[in-house]
Design a protein around this ligand. Structure first.
Ligand SMILES: [Fe+2]
Length: 284
């Protein structure tokens, strides 16, 4: 009994999804990721540079960069659930159990909305095969859910899933932002021979994977179809006007309970409160 028997290639899937798209390796999200990395501790796998750039470098190809949320690009593509999902998985970030065979794997990343802003409190429910390619359909081995933290990041500690007939190596995951629809998808490993023959495989879902930590370290960023106000550059949406902050045109702030839009770049100074300087701010 293998999962592949239940899969069928979608009529719009084979071939078309495998053509490399023009790479955009430094997008707004990459910049945002760098900003996040600069302000707080980040997982090891993310510290070396933009994940998307590493993906291209590691695989030697230019995968289609769907997990790019600038300019209204598509969110992370959906993939079929397959027959082995089970609800009510335990909440845990590590799926490791004593004596579990396999190569350790850490998957780290962020979950973004459509405006490249990180999403906190997003449910990620992972399930996968064991080192021998078998799913636990009676218990919850190698199944677990977790939530993104306040910075929109997640870390999964697990093992590299084994292969089973008909499929290339993959992880399953469901994501759900609060109050939003569930996204069901799968994550793939670069340089797997079966990536070329698995009709479900989608290069847009390739993780960046490298050796490290005594096993493998993977990174992947999700983009959910969650509308977001892109807001101003350096100031979060709804941020309060603050002396010393450098604002750019179109930045939005609040001051004394009112919203304002920046008209020209400047650094805020005492006396330049939005209501007082119509050259710099207009009411939103
Ligand atoms: Fe599977």
């Amino acid at each position: 009994m293998d999962e592949a028997g239940t899969y069928s290639a979608g009529p719009d899937d084979p071939g078309t999804g495998r053509e490399p798209a023009s790479p955009r390796l430094v997008g707004r999200k990459t910049v945002l990721r760098a900003a996040l990395a600069a302000t707080a501790a980040v997982p090891v796998a993310l510290a070396a540079g933009p994940a998307l750039a590493r993906t291209a470098a590691a695989s030697g190809t230019t995968p289609q960069l769907t997990p790019s949320c600038d300019d209204g690009d598509d969110p992370t593509p959906e993939q079929m659930e397959g027959p082995y999902f089970k609800p009510n998985s335990p909440q845990r970030t590590s799926l490791l159990e004593p004596g579990m065979p396999g190569t350790s794997l850490t998957v780290t990343g962020y979950v973004f909305g459509r405006a490249c802003l990180p999403l906190s409190g997003v449910l990620l429910d992972f399930w996968q095969a064991d080192a021998n390619g078998a799913y636990d359909n009676t218990g919850f081995r190698l199944r677990g859910h977790q939530y993104t933290d306040s910075r929109g990041s997640f870390t999964l500690t697990t093992i590299v899933p084994g292969l089973y007939p008909g499929r290339t190596r993959h992880l399953h995951v469901k994501l759900q932002a609060p109050g939003r629809p569930v996204l069901t998808t799968q994550l793939y490993f670069p340089n797997e021979p079966r990536n070329n023959t698995d009709t479900i495989f989608d290069p847009r879902l390739l993780m960046t994977v490298r050796d490290g930590g005594g096993g493998r370290e993977a990174a992947f960023d999700f983009v959910l179809d969650v509308p977001q106000d892109p807001g101003p550059g350096p100031t979060p949406p709804g941020g309060t006007w603050t002396v010393g902050v450098s604002y750019r045109a179109d930045d939005r702030v609040t001051y004394a309970g009112h919203a304002y839009v920046c008209l020209q770049a400047h650094t805020a100074q005492p006396g330049w409160e939005p209501p007082a300087v119509p050259a710099l701010w207009r009411a939103a």
